[in-house]
Design a protein around this ligand. Structure first.
Ligand code: C5P
Length: 223
């Protein structure tokens, strides 16, 4: 059978990563976390002293870091210049800076190229999750899913992923999440948006298992 390409987009905390990984593992597909790539380039900018609010400086440096994504859904990896970046890209510092970096067109062009190459080379197909996959990165995907959830549900889920002190501060998590979604949805280049031909799934009242089941059924119907 031909390789199946699945695009899963949506705001933060809708269960994109958990759903995409589980669906890919179930169907023997690759998995690409495009948010991890934007976080990786953001981490490189921060560690190399680039002012993330200086779009010109970010654009000038956009081609410098080498970013490599491992697409096994059971053990996805992200490396920057040969260093394992899985932990440092999840810090609050990176999370707070990523929307500014990912709004820079030179950054998007570079990361989009990487994403298309990875998708084209996936032997059995791939589940690609992000913000602009269905509209910009893979407009010819076999299936496009747009996941949503209420702000309360998204903040509660994200808070559950964080540890200790960070998890305790649900209100701050909610504020940070809403701010990041607003920035991602309002940027000029490739904003977060639902493709016209994407299937919208509101996950507010669904368990993770139900969302996985739903997406698997949609893929089986599409391929
Ligand atoms: O998915 P995650 O929350 O890790 O994404 C981190 C950030 O990366 C997003 O808030 C957004 O700014 C950026 N991003 C993007 N386009 C994508 C995926 C992520 O701009 N396809």
């Amino acid at each position: 059978p031909a390789a199946v390409i699945v695009a899963i987009d949506g705001p933060a905390g809708t269960g994109k990563s958990s759903t995409s990984k589980a669906v890919a593992a179930k169907l023997g597909l690759g998995y690409l976390d495009t948010g991890a790539q934007y976080r990786a380039i953001t981490w490189w900018m921060l560690t190399n002293g680039i002012d993330v609010n200086d779009a010109t400086a970010v654009a000038d440096a956009a081609a410098k870091p080498q970013i490599v994504s491992g697409t096994d859904p059971a053990a996805p990896t992200i490396a920057v210049d040969g260093l394992d970046a899985a932990a440092p890209i999840r810090t609050q510092e990176v999370t707070a800076a990523v929307s500014a970096v990912s709004a820079v067109p030179e950054v998007r062009a570079r990361i989009t190229d990487l994403q298309r190459t990875i998708a084209a080379e996936a032997p059995n197909g791939i589940v690609v999750e992000g913000r602009d996959i269905g509209i910009t990165v893979l407009p010819d995907a076999d299936l496009k899913v747009f996941l949503t959830a209420s702000a309360e549900a998204r903040a509660a889920r994200r808070s559950g992923e964080l540890k200790g002190k960070e998890a305790a501060d649900l209100a701050a998590t909610r504020e940070a999440l809403i701010k990041r979604d607003a920035a991602d949805s309002s940027r000029k280049t490739s904003p977060l948006a639902k493709a016209d031909d994407a299937v919208e799934v509101d996950t507010t009242e669904l368990t993770l298992e139900q969302v996985i089941e739903c997406v698997v059924t949609l893929i089986e119907g599409a391929s």
